[in-house]
Design a protein around this ligand. Structure first.
Ligand SMILES: Cc1cc2nc3c(=O)[nH]c(=O)nc-3n(C[C@H](O)[C@H](O)[C@H](O)COP(=O)(O)OP(=O)(O)OC[C@H]3O[C@@H](n4cnc5c(N)ncnc54)[C@H](O)[C@@H]3O)c2cc1C
Ligand SMILES: *[C@@H]1O[C@H](CO)[C@@H](O)[C@H](O)[C@H]1NC(C)=O
Ligand SMILES: *[C@@H]1O[C@H](CO)[C@@H](O)[C@H](O)[C@H]1NC(C)=O
Ligand SMILES: *[C@@H]1O[C@H](CO)[C@@H](O)[C@H](O)[C@H]1NC(C)=O
Ligand SMILES: *[C@@H]1O[C@H](CO)[C@@H](O)[C@H](O)[C@H]1NC(C)=O
Ligand SMILES: *[C@@H]1O[C@H](CO)[C@@H](O)[C@H](O)[C@H]1NC(C)=O
Ligand SMILES: *[C@@H]1O[C@H](CO)[C@@H](O)[C@H](O)[C@H]1NC(C)=O
Ligand SMILES: *[C@@H]1O[C@H](CO)[C@@H](O)[C@H](O)[C@H]1NC(C)=O
Ligand SMILES: *[C@@H]1O[C@H](CO)[C@@H](O)[C@H](O)[C@H]1NC(C)=O
Ligand SMILES: *[C@@H]1O[C@H](CO)[C@@H](O)[C@H](O)[C@H]1NC(C)=O
Length: 578
C-alpha cells in the first residue's frame, strides 16, 4: 500500500468512527432490544495487560481457559467475539491491529507479554439477537444513525465478512430452534403443485453438530458440511454449501426449500418457490450478510442410509507425492461417476459414496489402496451404518484448523481437465508447480457432479455443475507475521491461482469459484462467483429489498469499488494484491 493510500484510509476511516458517539443513542438502542445490547472486546484480551494501548487487567483464569480452547471452533462459537478464522478478528491491512495468541502454543508468553491487544475488526457493540424485533430495531438504528451493520453467526467466514470494524454487530448464535416435518409444503404452495417433502428446519444459530445429532435422533440424513460448528442457515447455505454427499445429493442451495428472513426494508418475509421467489433465488447462492437476516431455513433430508467410506494414507517420502497426485488426477472422473465425494490432501484421502456396495468400492479404490500398500501406508474401505457414524469416526477428528488467520483461494476444476490426457497432464503439471512453490493443495471433491440440476434454479456460478474438484490452496498468515511476510505469501497464492485460471481458459472451461472458500482479493470476483447474468439479477434484487444499502460486506452483491478504502479499511488496504 502506498503511503498516500495509507493516509487516505486513515482520514476516510476516521469519519466513520463510531466509538465516540453519544452514549444516549446506545442506551436507547439497548432499551429497544430489551437489554440484548452488549459491548465487545477481543476474544484473547483476558491474557493481555494493554487494550488499544491503555491498561487493562488480565484475567488469568479466563486466559487459561481461552488458551486451552484456542483452536476449538465449538468453544469460540459460543461467544460473539470468538471467530474461527482470525482474519475476522484482526485488521489484515494494518496487521498490528489485532489481539492474537500463538495457535501452535497458546501459552507462548511472547504473544501477549508487552503487547497491546487491539480491537481489530471486532465490533465494539453487538446485539445478542433473541427475536425478530431485535433485528428490526437494528435496521432502524442503522437507518437513523448511518452506523453500519454486520452479521455474525459462527465466525467461520474466510472472506472476513462476519465482522466489520466500527459496525454494530448482530450475533445470531442464540436463535436455536430445530424441527422436523416429514410432509413439508412451503408456505403459500399447495400440495397439488409441490410434493410434500421430508425436512428439517434450523434456526439461524444452529450449528452442524446440533443438526446432525437432531437428524440422527429423527432417523434421517441431513446433507451438511465438514465442520462441527458451521452455521447451517448462515453463510454455508446462502453461499452454496458443499458436503461430501453433494456428488449425489447436490449442494446446500439445491436442497433448501424455504427461508424466513427479515429484509432491511423492515419486513419479515417467507421466501420459497411460491412467494418472494426472487429473494429465494438470491438467497440460494447470493451470499450471507446481503439480502437480510435469515431467521431460519428448511432443508430437504434423506432417509437414514448406510455409507461406504474409504480412507487412504501413505508415508510421504522422496518424490512419491507426485505419483499420488497423478493417481488422483487419473481416477477422479471415474470416482465422481461412482458417487464418491470427499477430500484429498497431499498425504491422504477420505471419501464417501452412497452408490456402491462394499465389494464395488474396494475395486473402485484399488489404485489408491495399492498405492498405500506400496508406500508404507494404511487404508480402510468399510461400510458404516449412518451419517452419524461417519461424522463421529472420520469428520470430527479431521477438521480444518481454526484459530489462525488462514486465507483460502480456490477454483472449480471442470471435467474437461480430467477427460483428456492433455487435460490430466496440464492439471498434474500445475500440482507439481504448486508443490515446488511450497503450497499444498486441499481438494474437496464434493461438487454436485451427478445431481440433476434444474437450470437457473440457484444464483451461484454455473461452474459448480460440471466441476469434479474444488482445487484450493490455503495459506496461514501466522499470528505474528509482518506486513511484508503477509504480502509475500498472499502474492504467491494469487499467482498460482492465475495459473489455474489460464489452464481452465486454455481448455475452454468456465472459470468459477466458491466464494466462501476463495480469496478476499479475487480479481473479477462477480463473474467468477456468480457469472455476469446472475450478478445483474442479484443486484436488482439487492436494490429491491435493501434500497438504503443497510447491509454491506466486503465483495458482497452490491459492493461498490469506490468503498474499497473508506468502508473496508482492513481489506481495502491490500486490494491491489493480484
Ligand atoms: C473449518 C471450516 C470448515 C468448513 N467446511 C465447509 C464445508 O464442508 N462446506 C462448505 O460449503 N463450507 C465450509 N466452510 C466454509 C463455510 O461454509 C463458510 O465459512 C460460511 O460462510 C460459514 O457460515 P457461518 O454462518 O457459519 O459463518 P459466519 O462467519 O458467522 O457468517 C458467514 C457469512 O454469512 C453471514 N450470515 C451469517 N448468519 C446469517 C444470517 N442469519 N442471515 C444473513 N447472513 C448471515 C455473515 O454476515 C457472513 O457474511 C468451512 C469453513 C471452515 C472455517
Ligand atoms: C444493556 O442493558 C442490559 C440490561 O439492562 C445491561 O445488562 C447491559 O449491560 C446493557 N448494555 C450495555 C452495553 O450497556
Ligand atoms: C493500526 O493499528 C494500530 C493498533 O490498533 C493503531 O494504533 C494505528 O492507528 C493503526 N493505523 C492506521 C493507519 O489505522
Ligand atoms: C517486557 O518488557 C520488560 C520491560 O521492558 C522486560 O523486562 C521484559 O523482559 C519484557 N518481556 C518480554 C517477554 O519480552
Ligand atoms: C430408520 O430409517 C430406515 C430407513 O428409512 C429404516 O429402515 C429403519 O427401520 C428406521 N429405524 C428406526 C429405528 O426407525
Ligand atoms: C496415469 O495415467 C497415465 C496415462 O494413462 C499413465 O501413464 C500413468 O502411469 C498413470 N499414473 C498413475 C499414478 O496412475
Ligand atoms: C514405515 O513407517 C513406519 C512407521 O511410520 C516407519 O517406522 C518406517 O521407517 C517406515 N518404513 C519405510 C520403508 O518408509
Ligand atoms: C436461464 O437464464 C438464461 C439467462 O439468464 C436464459 O437465457 C435461459 O433461457 C434460462 N434457462 C432456463 C431453463 O430458464
Ligand atoms: C513468530 O513466532 C514464532 C513462534 O514463536 C517464531 O518462531 C517466529 O520467528 C515469529 N515471527 C516473527 C516475524 O516474529
Ligand atoms: C478481468 O476482466 C477483464 C475484463 O473482462 C479482463 O480484461 C481481465 O484480464 C480480467 N482479469 C483477470 C485477472 O482475469
Amino acid at each position: 500500500m502506498s503511503s498516500y493510500h495509507f493516509i487516505l484510509n486513515l482520514l476516510l476511516h476516521m469519519s466513520y468512527y463510531v466509538g465516540a458517539a453519544d452514549v444516549d443513542i446506545w442506551a436507547t438502542l439497548n432499551r429497544s432490544v430489551n437489554g440484548n445490547f452488549h459491548s465487545a472486546k477481543p476474544f484473547s484480551l483476558p491474557c493481555f495487560s494493554l487494550h488499544d494501548g491503555s491498561e487493562s487487567s488480565p484475567d488469568l483464569m479466563l486466559c487459561n481457559e481461552i488458551q486451552a480452547s484456542y483452536t476449538d471452533s465449538l468453544y469460540r462459537a459460543e461467544f460473539y467475539n470468538g471467530f474461527s478464522n482470525n482474519q475476522d478478528e484482526m485488521c489484515l491491512a494494518n496487521n498490528t491491529d489485532k489481539c492474537l495468541l500463538d495457535p501452535v502454543s497458546p501459552s507462548n508468553p511472547s504473544s501477549f507479554t508487552n503487547r497491546s491487544c487491539n480491537q481489530g475488526s471486532v465490533s465494539e457493540y453487538y446485539i445478542d439477537v433473541q427475536s425478530p424485533s431485535d433485528i428490526l430495531a437494528a435496521f432502524k438504528f442503522s437507518r437513523d444513525t448511518g452506523i453500519k451493520l454486520s452479521i455474525k453467526n459462527s465466525g467461520h467466514d474466510y472472506l472476513g465478512r462476519s465482522s466489520l470494524k466500527d459496525s454494530l454487530a448482530l450475533w445470531t448464535r442464540n436463535l436455536r430452534h430445530l424441527s422436523r416435518d416429514s410432509a413439508f409444503i412451503p408456505e403459500g404452495c399447495s400440495a397439488s403443485i409441490l410434493e410434500p417433502l421430508n425436512t428439517i428446519t434450523t434456526a439461524a444459530g444452529v450449528n452442524t453438530d446440533e443438526v446432525y445429532n437432531f437428524a440422527d435422533s429423527q432417523n434421517v440424513t441431513f446433507i451438511g458440511p465438514y465442520g462441527t460448528s458451521i452455521g447451517v442457515s448462515g453463510g454455508w447455505v446462502q453461499g452454496g454449501g458443499h458436503t461430501v454427499l453433494s456428488t449425489v445429493y447436490g449442494i446446500g442451495i439445491d436442497r433448501v426449500l424455504q427461508f424466513k428472513v427479515i429484509t432491511p426494508d423492515g419486513v419479515e418475509r417467507v421466501a420459497n418457490a411460491c412467494q418472494n421467489e426472487d429473494l429465494f433465488w438470491a438467497l440460494r447462492g447470493g451470499g450471507g450478510g446481503t439480502f437480510g437476516v435469515v431467521l431460519e431455513s428448511t432443508h430437504r433430508v434423506e432417509k437414514a442410509m448406510s455409507l461406504i467410506v474409504s480412507e487412504v494414507r501413505y508415508q510421504q517420502t522422496g518424490g512419491n507425492v507426485n505419483s499420488w497426485f497423478e493417481l488422483l488426477v487419473n481416477n477422479s472422473l471415474p470416482w465422481a461417476r461412482q458417487g464418491w465425494g470427499g477430500h484429498f490432501r497431499s498425504n491422504n484421502l477420505v471419501s464417501v459414496t452412497p452408490l456402491l456396495s462394499l465389494e464395488e468400492a474396494k475395486a473402485s479404490m484399488k489404485a489408491a489402496t495399492d498405492f498405500a500398500l506400496a508406500n508404507n501406508g494404511t487404508f480402510t474401505v468399510e461400510s458404516l451404518p449412518s451419517w452419524q457414524a461417519f461424522y463421529t469416526k472420520y469428520l470430527t477428528p479431521n477438521q480444518a484448523a481454526v484459530g489462525t488467520p488462514r486465507i483460502l483461494a480456490s477454483r472449480l476444476i471442470p471435467s474437461i481437465l480430467f477427460s483428456s490426457q492433455e487435460g490430466r497432464t496440464a492439471l498434474f503439471e500445475l500440482l507439481q508447480k504448486a508443490l515446488k512453490l511450497g503450497l499444498s493443495p486441499y481438494i474437496p471433491t464434493d461438487t454436485p457432479f451427478l445431481y440433476p440440476y434444474p437450470q437457473n434454479s440457484t444464483s451461484s456460478t454455473i461452474a459448480w455443475r460440471d466441476a469434479v474438484w474444488m482445487l484450493s490452496f490455503g495459506v496461514d498468515i501466522g499470528w505474528n507475521a509482518t506486513l511484508l511476510q503477509q504480502t509475500a505469501i498472499l502474492a504467491k497464492q494469487a499467482s498460482l491461482i492465475k495459473d489455474i485460471e489460464d489452464m481452465i481458459v486454455e481448455f475452454g472451461g468456465v472459470v468459477g469459484s466458491y466464494f466462501n472458500e476463495d480469496s478476499p482479493w479475487t480479481e473479477n470476483w462477480t463473474g467468477k462467483w456468480w457469472g455476469k447474468d446472475n450478478y445483474w439479477r442479484l443486484l436488482g434484487i439487492k436494490k429491491r429489498y435493501d434500497p438504503e444499502s443497510l447491509l454491506g460486506c466486503w465483495k458482497c452483491v452490491g459492493f461498490k469499488e469506490e468503498d474499497v478504502h473508506d468502508k473496508f479499511p482492513c481489506y481495502g488496504g491490500i486490494s491491489s494484491l493480484a
